[in-house]
Design a protein around this ligand. Structure first.
Ligand code: HEM
Length: 485
């Protein structure tokens, strides 16, 4: 199926284009005053619940304490129809058992642009669709391309900040990098050609996947407007890529979008692989890949700034990486050095994962249990899980389990495979290869700034728009821009 270019994005999404301030009582039966009052109270309670949930999922202290207590007294606890799992091995078991703990129902409301990898609960179909996406990734060249984009933007953004000695980790660095990756690697240019507008859309899209704002709230309307605009943008770019593919124009470098369109044009692929699939999956990648990296990189830096020994460790590794890349004959973004450089990168990555452990990008993962089963079979805390149970499998709890993370309150070197940041099993993060490179380049660009520290006051804390960070100000010793590494 090919998408009619003229088909309005709003129709595909069934988005109501109504401004929040015009959402009045005209649709209410009778428009009675008492009904209005009850509705206002209901909206207020929903708004408070939403803000509270966003706060708890971003600041995490309360969650961490609750999980620590549960892990001691009742590692698998059923409250009503919600099951909370707090030991690392059990969290991992839930994530790895694809058929017994499904994701589709809980995540679908956060993906109103249509079915995406995360809403597919049929194992074989999930594997097929994931493989389709994977088939257009070209590791041999993509990794260096991603590194080049990230590093070039980091360098230019840091050079601008050099004059003032102040940098907003989110708005001046992480967001521009991700807008660049989405444009040059995914193949979706900024909405209205405006990078700030695109960064806002990234926040809103990621926000609704993690916690859907109350229907009718400003955040809800903003997200629908952004999805609508993004859908139109993706449709336009699919149409352009189709023209390029038909003319057999290979272009200097193919984006993920262009590769998918070309593949669709070339082969008699499966019936489900049509241009609408490409639209839904590209939108899904923007939603799962944009603000997630911004949140991950910002949380990691935030935790390094809170721990001088962690920051010093990151600085030492970043400087060592610079030297190793040069010694290996690389050093420019396009020639990143050889095996030695990769070893130092792995050490810096471990340092980032360890910092992120104290404030994970995703503290909580959710599943539903479609039929009765047992968790932690063969252990003293094995538990029967009734059908219809919602299961909370929190990476935040798992990464403080002393069985796998001894001396968990200390920042230290651990095996890089032990972390839960990117999930486990058939649903492990598809974009880890991008996140690993981009987070490293962002952290590296920041920690090498002379006398980097958190700005004083609330500006120096991570501030959020829903669940997506929108600012976090740091200061450093300003230098002449010409003195850049
Ligand atoms: C710091 C950055 C990121 C973190 C910490 C992260 C974390 C995760 C986690 C924990 C999951 C598993 C979710 C679950 O089991 O319920 C996941 C899945 C996924 N991630 Fe990421 N992610 C990041 C960046 C990205 C990026 C950059 C992309 C895309 C370009 C991406 C695309 C996906 C997709 C498509 C899935 C679903 C995989 C599936 O269902 O098969 N993620 N991610």
């Amino acid at each position: 199926m090919s998408i009619d270019r003229a088909e309005p994005a709003a129709r595909i999404l069934k988005v109501r284009r109504v401004a929040p301030d015009r959402e009045d009582t005209t649709t209410l039966p009778g428009g009675s005053r008492s009904f209005n009052f009850i509705q206002v109270i209901g909206k207020f309670i929903d708004a408070v619940k939403y803000r509270l949930l966003c706060h708890v999922l971003s600041h995490m202290r309360v969650l961490k304490c609750v999980f620590a207590i549960l892990r001691r007294i009742r590692p698998i606890m059923l409250v009503g129809n919600v099951l909370i799992v707090t030991k690392a091995r059990d969290v991992r078991e839930v994530l790895e058992r694809f058929d017994d703990f499904v994701l589709g129902d809980s995540i679908e409301p956060g993906m109103p642009w249509g079915p995406f990898l995360m809403t597919v609960d049929w194992r074989d179909q999930h594997a097929r669709e994931r493989q389709m996406l994977q088939s257009v990734v070209e590791p041999a060249t993509d990794l260096e391309h991603i590194r080049l984009i990230a590093r070039t933007i980091c360098r230019s953004r840091v050079a601008i900040a050099m004059a003032t000695g102040r940098i907003d980790i989110v708005a001046d660095l992480a967001e521009p990098v991700m807008v660049g990756i989405i444009a040059d690697y995914f193949g979706i240019a900024p909405l209205d050609g405006d990078e700030d507008r695109m960064a806002r859309a990234m926040r809103h899209l990621a926000g609704i996947i993690m916690v859907n704002p109350p229907i009718g709230s400003k955040a809800w309307f903003d997200s629908r407007e952004d999805i609508s605009a993004l859908t139109q943008q993706v449709l336009d770019q699919i149409a352009t890529a189709r023209v390029g593919a038909e003319a057999n124009f290979s272009g200097a470098r193919q984006t993920l979008l262009a590769r998918l369109v070309r593949r669709h044009g070339q082969s008699s692929g499966p019936a489900w692989f049509d241009e609408d699939w490409i639209r839904r999956y590209l939108t899904g990648l923007v939603a799962t890949g944009g603000a997630t990296i911004v949140r991950g990189a910002t949380h990691a830096i935030d935790q390094m700034l809170a721990r001088p020994e962690a920051l010093q460790h990151a600085i030492t590794l970043a400087e060592s990486l610079d030297r190793t890349e040069k010694a290996d004959g690389g050093g420019s973004p396009a020639r990143p050095g050889g095996a030695n450089a990769e070893q130092v990168r792995e050490a810096l990555r471990q340092c980032i994962y360890e910092a992120l452990r104290f404030r994970p990008m995703l503290p909580l993962l959710v599943r539903d249990c479609p039929r009765r089963t047992v968790i932690a079979k063969g252990t003293p805390h094995a538990r029967l899980v009734p059908a219809g149970t919602r299961v909370l499998a929190p990476p935040l709890a798992a990464m403080f389990d002393p069985d796998v993370f001894p001396d968990a309150e200390r920042f230290q070197q651990r095996s890089i495979d032990s972390y839960f940041h990117f999930g486990f099993g058939p649903r492990h993060c598809f974009g880890k290869y991008i996140a690993d490179i981009v987070m490293l380049e962002i952290v590296r660009a920041l920690v090498c700034l002379p006398r980097l520290e958190r700005a004083t006051g609330p500006a120096g804390e991570v501030n959020y728009d829903g669940l997506a960070p929108c600012s976090c100000m740091a200061t450093f010793e300003p230098r002449n821009a010409g003195v850049m590494r």
